[in-house]
Write a protein that binds this ligand. Structure first.
Ligand code: PLP
Length: 366
């Protein structure tokens, strides 16, 4: 599905040197590599503050903590995402309130947000799923009208644009993941929070550092979540190539879609909103018919594939306490049964894509 070592092989000398520099320096925590990478991301995104942390999950949790979300609060989000989005809300004692998804983009259905707002609603976490921005204009409008904060879950979408602007600059805070298989991946766990708000930035830095603004002076409840210097050094090298890698992914995506175009009765190719530029974190098809039989045939043919996500969050046993049940979010439930992702990464060649597409077409035709 993903070739995580391919990028390393291409830039091995540069990456090795950046790692050794940290090792030799002894500045393993919050050293210059972290500061440099934070400044590079600020420049890349055109934002005021980028603050490293240990993972995308931590980035969401710290963002919620910085906004003061806690017990009794409600946070509106999508039921069709990676569990971290909802896990962090629940861990802080707040209640995740789900909305269904748009059947074309798989992003949250913005027309359902307003009806979910109650006096307890504090925030909205829209997810830019699979690398495609959600309709963040609509989300911001609803949030502003109702005095709610927005945390963009941009774990899968670093570099994607909406209306010509990079995501992460719309909400109060955004969360980025540098998990190894992300478009910009570290060699372990790593994450980042982004904001244009000076006060929030200071609060985020403090929460990520045990709630301290000064060593051994703890003003608030915090956590230990730092971006490792070695990971920052690696990411600093890789960031320079991100746009090029994203362009390779876009090329692969458009070739896949072209090859599947004659099979639209059986395969729905990804829809990209004209206002969005996706970074193609995933290339996910919707299979009209029996997805699991197709997946089994692909397995036999040795074609990698995966299902993001087989169970929407409102149907996960861990979240049963929030009172949602089968049938509550029919689009997400249908999508979970019919979605199928094909290999997507920066090392894919046209030949790879053609081979994979041929196997898929054979499998749906047999
Ligand atoms: C949508 C989404 N949110 C949050 C996360 C959490 O990021 P991490 O794995 O870095 O903790 C991920 C990562 O897979 C994700 O895809």
């Amino acid at each position: 599905m993903v070739d995580v070592t391919g990028q390393y092989r291409r830039y091995q000398r540069e990456i090795d040197e950046s790692i050794l520099e940290v090792v030799r320096s002894g500045a393993y925590i919050n050293g210059p590599a972290v500061k440099n990478f934070e400044r590079s991301v600020e420049a890349y995104l055109g934002v005021k503050h980028a603050i490293g942390c240990a993972s995308g999950t931590d980035a969401l949790q710290i963002a919620l903590m910085a906004l003061g979300v806690g017990p009794g609060d409600e946070v509106i989000t999508t039921t069709f995402t990676f569990v971290a989005t909802t896990e962090t809300i629940a861990l802080l004692g707040a209640t995740p309130v789900y909305v269904d998804i748009d059947p074309k983009t798989f992003n949250l259905d913005v027309t359902q947000i307003q009806e979910k707002i109650t006096p307890r609603t504090r925030a909205i976490i829209p997810v830019h799923l699979f690398g495609q921005p959600c309709d963040i204009t609509a989300v911001m409008e609803i949030a502003n009208q109702n005095g709610l904060s927005v945390i963009e879950d941009a774990a899968q979408a670093l570099g994607a644009t909406w209306d010509g602007h990079k995501v992460c600059g719309f909400g109060a805070i955004s969360a980025i993941s540098y998990y190894p298989s992300k478009n910009l991946g570290a060699f372990g766990d790593a994450g980042m929070m982004v904001t244009n708000d000076d006060v929030l930035a200071e609060r985020i830095r403090s929460i990520a550092n045990h709630g301290a603004n000064k060593t051994y002076h703890h003003d608030r409840l915090g956590v230990n979540s730092r971006l490792d210097s070695i990971q920052a050094a690696i990411l600093g090298v890789k960031l320079k190539y991100l746009d090029e890698w994203n362009a390779t992914r876009a090329r692969a995506a458009s070739l896949y879609s072209k090859l599947f175009a004659a099979h639209a009765n059986k395969i729905q190719t990804p829809f990209v909103d004209p206002r969005a530029e996706s970074i193609w974190h995933q290339y996910s098809l919707l299979i009209h018919g029996d997805r699991d039989t197709l997946a089994a045939k692909l397995k036999t043919a040795g074609v990698p594939h995966n299902i993001y996500y087989p169970i929407p969050l409102h149907l996960q046993p861990a979240y049963a306490a929030y009172g949602t049940r089968q049938g509550d979010f029919p689009v997400a439930e249908h999508t979970a049964k019919h979605i199928l992702a094909l290999p997507m990464h920066s090392e894919l060649t046209d030949e790879d894509v053609e081979y994979i597409a041929d196997r898929v077409i054979e499998a749906i035709s047999s």
